[in-house]
Write a protein that binds this ligand. Structure first.
Ligand code: NAG
Ligand code: NAG
Ligand code: NAG
Ligand code: NAG
Ligand code: NAG
Ligand code: NAG
Ligand code: NAG
Ligand code: NAG
Ligand code: NAG
Ligand code: NAG
Ligand code: NAG
Length: 469
């Protein structure tokens, strides 16, 4: 946290009614952080402007230039939302694609087009970069161009021609690999923006849908990634390759299992998965050979926009999102966690910030994200942390400069007293940042640390991050 901003959304806070007295209840909770036991490296939190919603964030629905900046700052500023990942779609619908006309054969001349907007994702990318210059940009395709596929349509599933199980006139795998690299090249050469991660799939385990989509199992992914991976590394050695944005953690593990079995276990750099159809219950390292994994898309999406932290316990509330991410980090060793959309002019739960004309409403979900990503910055290492109370959840991260973040989530309806024991850390002071129904990552007490121990409290139904220096 290099500076503190005083941007604040106006509107009254809810009162917290459901708090019980602690009389007669043992409120002591022991937390232990073991800095010697190291796990994954943080990449960060993120969201997407795919399918044209970046245009909502950049004025298409009446958001003023001033608020376009504010909304983007709320998401990506290190001291606000703290996000550091942006997932852009490599658009395959003809109007937004870099390949508007199909070459006759894979060896015919190719005519790529760059329109400088990329369906407003250039606006979103450059503005996000302004607030987070170290932005990790994930460019991901939902489908290959239709003419490269078995069903001749970028929608409706189908397979890239050339992988096992297909029987097309031509093998279009190299053309698809070249097309994906060309997208990263346009960003580099036309926009001076470096893409960090490139993906060829979105939910390839999900059967034909009526929007951009392409199917693959792990064996077929091997057949394509063996073309894509060397093509990417030859063009841009620093550019990493993902696999494969399956609909759930279990679906991703199955796909990675098949990829490994087919001999393709080294044809990607980061395993990417969504949290829709299953959550992470175990680390991915046996399926990734130790490479990182991250969750790259999820939202509930079906309900009316829910801005609250903890009112009914409904799944889109901020408090629930704190727990979802806790699960991903501690059970799945996830290095990152992205929401679905950043913002749109709609009334659903599929965004972190809802836009309505020139107004914007921040979901408390963003404060759960902020609690993790403001204090455990990219490059931080997760270390072991444990709680002796099942309704108190703890994780811990050591930043590259030695500062330590310890997010604590209290699911009880009473205040708990924490006895914290620190092993292998070099810190002398903890500052608490509270999020509940009336606080948004608000700086609270500062606690001196005497040797390896300190005491603190955690409020009911709250997330409290102890940032230790
Ligand atoms: C260490 O890094 C954290 C996270 O980036 C930052 O907030 C903090 O100010 C840094 N501390 C020092 C002493 O540089
Ligand atoms: C290449 O594509 C652009 C945009 O679709 C089009 O204007 C141009 O005529 C095409 N050039 C050739 C040689 O086909
Ligand atoms: C958005 O992109 C357009 C060009 O497509 C550009 O004129 C405008 O300045 C951009 N706005 C921001 C805020 O980046
Ligand atoms: C593949 O396609 C060719 C030409 O359409 C056809 O002759 C052949 O039987 C097909 N093979 C299989 C295994 O479907
Ligand atoms: C490209 O971006 C880098 C920062 O990422 C900057 O240092 C450089 O000046 C930029 N180059 C141009 C031509 O704008
Ligand atoms: C690509 O992956 C390698 C191996 O995990 C890692 O060292 C490198 O930092 C990654 N590069 C980017 C740009 O993320
Ligand atoms: C591609 O699939 C979509 C969605 O099912 C359908 O509406 C469209 O007509 C198809 N296009 C072609 C060229 O078949
Ligand atoms: C955007 O929000 C405004 C205000 O709620 C509404 O009037 C308009 O219809 C919305 N536009 C779109 C494209 O949803
Ligand atoms: C906290 O953020 C919410 C939006 O999520 C806002 O309505 C509320 O006014 C903010 N409260 C404080 C104390 O800043
Ligand atoms: C702890 O931090 C102090 C001050 O930064 C440093 O001088 C000391 O070497 C560190 N000790 C360990 C064990 O890392
Ligand atoms: C720090 O802890 C030691 C025992 O570990 C105790 O003797 C000492 O009084 C404590 N100092 C403070 C300032 O609490």
């Amino acid at each position: 946290m290099k500076y503190l901003l005083a941007l604040s959304a106006a509107t009254g806070a809810l009162s917290q009614d459901w708090v019980i007295p602690s009389d007669g209840i043992d409120t002591e909770v022991a937390l232990t952080v073991n800095g010697y036991d190291k796990h994954q490296t943080m990449i960060g939190g993120g969201c997407s402007g795919a399918f044209g919603v970046a245009c909502d964030q950049f004025g298409a629905s009446g958001l003023s230039p001033e608020n376009q900046q504010k909304v983007t700052q709320y998401l990506f500023d290190e001291n606000l939302g703290g996000l550091s990942i942006l997932r852009n779609i490599i658009t395959s619908t003809q109007s937004g694609s870099i390949l508007r006309d199909c070459p006759a054969t894979p060896s015919s001349p190719v005519n790529y087009t760059w329109d400088g907007s990329d369906v407003c994702q250039v606006n979103l990318t450059k503005t996000a970069l302004k607030y987070n210059p170290d932005l990790f940009i994930y460019a991901d395709a939902w489908s290959a161009p239709g003419c490269f596929k078995t069903n001749k349509n970028e929608s409706d599933g189908g397979f890239i021609c050339g992988v096992r199980g297909t029987n097309c006139t031509y093998d279009w795998r190299q053309a698809y690999a070249d097309y994906l690299v060309q997208y990263a090249r346009f960003y580099k050469e036309k926009e001076n923006v470096t893409i960090s991660l490139l993906g060829a799939y979105n939910e390839p385990d999900f059967n034909p849908v009526t929007y951009s989509s392409m199917q693959s199992d792990g064996y077929q992914a091997k057949d394509f990634l063996e073309v894509l991976y060397p093509t990417v590394k030859e063009a841009y050695p620093e550019l990493n390759v993902s696999c494969c944005d399956a609909t759930g953690a279990r679906q991703e593990r199955n796909l990675l299992y098949e990829l490994q079995k087919a001999g393709g276990g080294n044809l990607f750099d980061i395993a990417t998965w969504h949290n829709y159809q299953s959550e992470a219950k175990e680390p991915f390292k046996d399926r990734t050979g130790g490479k990182p994994n991250m969750e790259t898309e999820w939202s509930q999406g079906s309900q009316e926009f829910n801005p609250y932290w903890d009112v009914t316990g409904q799944e889109a509330e901020g408090f629930q999102w704190a727990l979802y991410m806790h699960q991903g980090f501690t059970a799945g060793d996830a290095s990152g966690w992205s929401y679905w959309w950043c913002s749109n002019n709609n009334t659903n739960d599929d965004v972190l910030i809802r836009l309505a004309g020139d107004d914007y409403y921040i979901a408390a979900r963003l404060w759960a994200f902020s609690s993790y990503y403001r204090f455990a910055r990219p490059g931080a290492t997760r270390v072991d942390a444990s709680s002796n109370a099942e309704d108190v959840y703890v994780s811990s991260w050591i930043n590259t400069n030695g500062t330590v973040s310890m997010p604590v989530i209290n699911a009880a309806h009473l205040t708990y007293d924490l006895n914290v024991n620190l092993l292998g850390l070099n810190v002398t002071k903890a500052t608490a940042y509270l999020t509940d129904n009336t606080h948004n990552v608000t700086a609270m007490e500062s606690i001196p640390i005497n040797g390896t121990r300190f005491q603190a409290t955690v409020e009911p139904r709250a997330m409290k991050v102890f940032f230790m220096e």
